[in-house]
Design a binder for this molecule. Structure first.
Ligand code: ADE
Ligand code: ZN
Length: 374
C-alpha cells in the first residue's frame, strides 16, 4: 500500500468511510480547519455508539467478555455496505458495562472527544432499560454517574451537555413507562427529555404513547427516532401528532409526504439527520448515494435539518466529518451550514437566554472562520 492510499483511508475514516465525493467540491486544509472549528451543537449521538475502540478493548479485558479481539475490531470496521451497529450496543450492555463508573468513563470520554471538535453543546441518548435489566446497574446510580460525567466534562472541557434517556423500542412498552417513572423519581437539571431508538421495524411510535404522555405531563422535552430504516412517513406523523415530539431524529421518509413536511416546516420542527446513516449506505447505489439521499430533499422541503454523528466511533465519523459531508457530498453551501448551525441552537433543550447568547457568539465565530476560506 502506498503512502497516498494510507492517507486517503485515514481521511475517509473521519467521513464515515462513505463513497468518494462526485460533487467536484475541493476540500482544502482551510476547509478541514473550518469544519472542525465551527461551533457546533450535537443533538443526536448515542452514548454506547461513541465508545472509543481502545476503551471497548479495555472494558472487555477487565470483564473477561467472551468477545474475541478480532470481533471487537470488526465492530469498529465500517464496510462499504455497513450492517448497522445495534448489535455492538447490545454487546456493551451484556458484557462490558458492569458498574456505574463504566458509564461515567464512556460519557466523560465522549464529551472530551466532542469538545475537541468544537462541539459546545451535546444532547446524547442513553437507554436505561438495557443498563438496568441487562447490565444490572440501578437507574439512580447509572444516571448519577452520567450526570457527574457531564459536570466533570463541563469543568474540564467547557462543553455543556444534556442527557436524553431513550426508550428501547424493541422492549415492551411497559418498560418505556418504567423509564419515565425512573426519570421522574431521579430528576436532575441535566436530564432534559425523552427519546426512543433501536429497530423501528414493527415497532411503530404509537406503541409508546403512554410513556410520551407521562413524560410530557412531567415537563420533559420529547424527541423520537422515526422514519429510519425506510419505515413510513406515517411514523414521523405519529411521533409529531400523537407523541407530540418537538424534534425528530432521522425522519428521512417524510419526503414521501409533502403535506406532512409542510406542516413540520411551518412548525419549525428540527430534524437531526445523520449523513452516515447505515440504511442509505446499504441500500442506495454507491455512485448515487449522495445524490439520492433524502436529506437533500428534506432541506428543499423547507425542513430545519441539523447534521449529526449518531454513533461516531462505530460510523467512523466525527462531528467535523458529518458537517463536511453536508458540504462536499450533499451539495450544501457555507450559507446552508450557517443555517444548520442555527437549527441546532433552535433545537437545543436549553433556556432561551442561552440560545440567544449562542446565536450571537456562534454567528460571529462562524463568520470569522468562513471569511478565511479560499
Ligand atoms: N441506536 C444507536 N444508533 C441508532 C440508530 N441509528 N437508530 C436506532 N437506534 C440507534
Ligand atoms: Zn440515532
Amino acid at each position: 500500500m502506498t503512502r497516498t492510499t494510507e492517507h486517503h483511508i485515514d481521511m475517509n475514516e473521519t467521513l464515515g468511510n462513505v463513497p468518494a465525493s462526485r460533487s467536484g467540491v475541493a476540500i482544502t486544509p482551510a476547509h478541514r480547519h473550518f469544519f472542525r472549528a465551527l461551533p457546533k451543537a450535537e443533538l443526536h449521538c448515542h452514548l454506547l455508539g461513541a465508545v472509543r475502540h481502545d476503551t471497548f478493548i479495555a472494558l472487555a479485558e477487565r470483564t473477561g467478555a467472551p468477545i474475541a479481539r478480532s470481533e471487537i475490531d470488526a465492530f469498529y470496521t465500517r464496510g462499504e455496505k455497513p450492517v448497522g451497529v445495534l448489535r455492538v450496543l447490545r454487546a456493551l450492555d451484556e458484557y462490558l458495562l458492569t458498574r456505574a463508573d463504566d458509564l461515567h468513563r464512556i460519557a466523560y470520554e465522549y464529551l472530551q472527544d466532542a469538545a475537541g471538535q468544537n462541539v459546545r453543546h451535546s444532547e446524547f441518548f442513553w437507554n436505561p432499560t438495557g443498563t438496568v435489566r441487562v447490565s444490572k446497574i440501578a437507574y439512580a446510580d447509572a444516571q448519577a454517574a452520567i450526570v457527574a460525567a457531564i459536570r466533570d466534562a463541563a469543568r474540564d472541557f467547557r462543553i455543556s451537555a444534556r442527557l436524553i434517556p431513550s426508550i428501547d423500542r424493541e422492549a415492551d412498552p411497559d418498560e418505556a413507562v418504567q423509564v419515565v417513572a425512573w426519570m421522574k423519581a431521579h430528576r436532575a437539571d441535566e436530564v432534559a427529555g425523552l427519546g426512543i431508538d433501536y429497530r423501528e421495524n414493527d415497532r411503530p411510535p404509537e406503541l409508546f404513547w403512554e410513556a410520551y404522555r407521562d413524560a410530557r405531563a412531567a415537563g420533559f422535552r420529547t424527541t423520537a427516532h422515526a422514519g429510519e430504516f425506510g419505515m413510513p412517513a406515517r411514523n414521523v406523523e405519529t411521533a409529531v401528532d400523537l407523541l407530540q415530539c418537538e424534534r425528530i431524529d432521522h425522519g428521512y421518509t417524510i419526503v414521501d409526504d409533502p403535506a406532512l413536511a409542510a406542516r413540520c416546516a411551518e412548525r419549525g420542527i428540527v430534524f437531526t439527520v445523520v449523513p452516515t446513516n447505515s440504511y442509505y449506505l446499504r441500500t442506495l447505489p454507491p455512485e448515487q448515494w449522495a445524490e439520492l439521499h433524502p436529506l437533500r430533499r428534506m432541506a428543499a422541503l423547507g425542513l430545519k435539518i441539523h447534521p449529526n454523528t449518531d454513533d461516531p466511533t462505530l460510523h467512523k465519523v466525527d462531528p467535523a466529518g458529518a458537517w463536511q459531508l453536508m458540504f462536499d457530498h450533499f451539495g450544501f453551501g457555507i450559507a446552508d451550514l450557517r443555517r444548520f448551525m442555527f437549527n441546532g441552537i433552535d433545537g437545543a433543550w436549553v433556556d432561551e437566554s442561552q440560545r440567544a447568547q449562542w446565536r450571537t457568539a456562534w454567528a460571529a465565530e462562524f463568520d470569522a472562520l468562513a471569511a478565511a476560506l479560499p
